[in-house]
Write a protein that binds this ligand. Structure first.
Ligand code: NAD
Ligand code: IPM
Ligand code: MN
Length: 359
């Protein structure tokens, strides 16, 4: 029976990069034994323009009834001044929370071909392979109360709430420990337990769950130090687990270790291996519509989808190998280009990956 994928390109470069990922899926359908059906939906600013909502009912229904979701990116200058309740980003956050995608896996892997493309020294990043496990449906992103209120003296006050229940910390802890068990069995939990009670509890629960995984070496680090260590000596990390907001920030930082944010894919999983797959970067309005965006993070997100939601490890590896092949061919979009490389646009990069798959 064929599986169904909801394809949600979103805004800005989302449209261009998802088109390349769809080419890859089309090729796997035609030339390999993949059997997926794709149905498109609106999300983000483009959905707001058409329906008045960044997450229309029809899109949510499509996402819920699909086996997996492929998402590009949302947001852009045009929608920045909208009320926060209908901003494009709310569409993405709504999908994450409605589908209960609490576990966000963000692998930062340096392809050896790109060692010199990173802004960091080659010996600092070569061989880098980190998995960031980010809690995705809780914390300050969703905590209540939140808002902007007017005080007695007419001064405005903005407020958000960092809040985690033990059960929310426990379930992400299990994902992180299980992930570490399949890797080097080292887990670093990142918090701000020296200042924030909520993450004091985070640390306590991590230690408690850790007793069920005696083989995993658990360490703890404050988030400010973790940001510094990621650029100082990133290879000390195997798996990192952290809260929603810290994970957002640290994963952009880790992306640059791999040469470009255009290289970092992600999987957002529920408890039944259903997932939404998207690059970690945004809609890049500064380069949208110019055939400049790197589609590899999105194509690598397809590989994660094949592995985690479609049960096809073989095809996942095939896609990853095709990405290696194009890098070996010295093909580079502008973000990973250095002198002497062969500069290509978004479309040409997508076509090259498809050609590499067919070999
Ligand atoms: P961004 O990730 O869109 O862009 C940051 C920088 O990285 C820009 O200079 C951009 O050109 C570059 N970049 C990003 N992806 C690239 C790619 N694939 N190839 C080459 N260069 C790339 O972050 P931002 O500028 O802070 O945000 C822009 C918009 O995107 C905002 O509306 C933001 O809310 C949204 N956003 C959405 C997502 C998402 O949908 N998952 C993630 C992050 C930001
Ligand atoms: C990400 C993005 C989102 C986040 C925004 C667009 C809501 O930055 O996926 O990393 O903050 O989670
Ligand atoms: Mn982010």
């Amino acid at each position: 029976m064929s599986k169904k994928i909801a394809v949600l390109p979103g805004d800005g470069i989302g449209i261009e990069i998802v088109a390349q990922a769809v080419k890859v899926l089309d090729c796997l359908n035609q030339d390999f034994d993949l059997n997926v059906e794709m149905e498109y939906g609106l999300v983000g600013g483009s959905a707001y323009d058409e329906t008045g909502s960044p997450l229309p009912e029809a899109t949510l229904k499509l996402a819920k009834e699909s086996d997996a979701v492929l998402l590009g990116a949302v947001g852009g200058y045009k929608w920045e001044s909208l009320d926060i309740a209908v901003r494009p980003e709310k569409g993405l956050l709504g999908l994450r929370s409605e589908l209960e995608l609490f576990a966000n896996l963000r692998p930062a892997i340096l392809y050896p071909q790109l060692a010199h493309a990173s802004t960091l020294k080659e010996d600092v990043v070569s061989g880098l392979d980190i998995m960031i496990v980010r809690e995705l449906t809780g914390g300050i992103y969703f905590g209540q109360p939140r808002g902007i209120r007017t005080l007695g003296n007419d001064e405005k006050q903005g407020f958000n709430t960092l809040i985690y229940k033990e059960s929310e910390i426990e379930r992400i802890a299990h994902v992180a420990f299980e992930t570490a068990m399949k890797r080097e069995k080292r887990l670093c939990s990142v918090d701000k337990a020296n200042v924030l009670e909520c993450t004091e509890l985070w640390r306590e629960v991590m230690i408690r769950v850790g007793k069920e995984y005696p083989e995993v070496e658990l360490s703890h680090m404050y988030v400010d130090n973790a940001a510094m260590q990621l650029v100082r000596a990133p290879k000390q990390f195997d798996v990192m687990v952290t809260t929603n907001m810290f994970g957002d920030i640290l994963s952009d930082c880790a992306a640059m270790l791999t040469g470009s944010i255009g290289m970092l894919p992600s999987a957002s999983m529920d408890k039944n291996q259903k997932g939404m797959y998207e690059p970690i970067h945004g809609s890049a309005p500064d380069i949208a519509g110019q055939d400049m965006a790197n589609p590899l993070a999105t194509i690598l997100s397809v590989a994660m989808m094949l592995r985690y939601s479609l049960g096809s490890e073989d095809l996942a590896v095939k896609v990853e190998q095709a990405v290696e092949t194009v890098l070996n061919q010295n093909l580079r979009t502008a973000d990973i280009y250095t002198d002497g490389d062969n500069k290509v646009g978004t479309e040409a990069m997508g076509d090259a990956v498809v050609a590499a798959l067919k070999v």
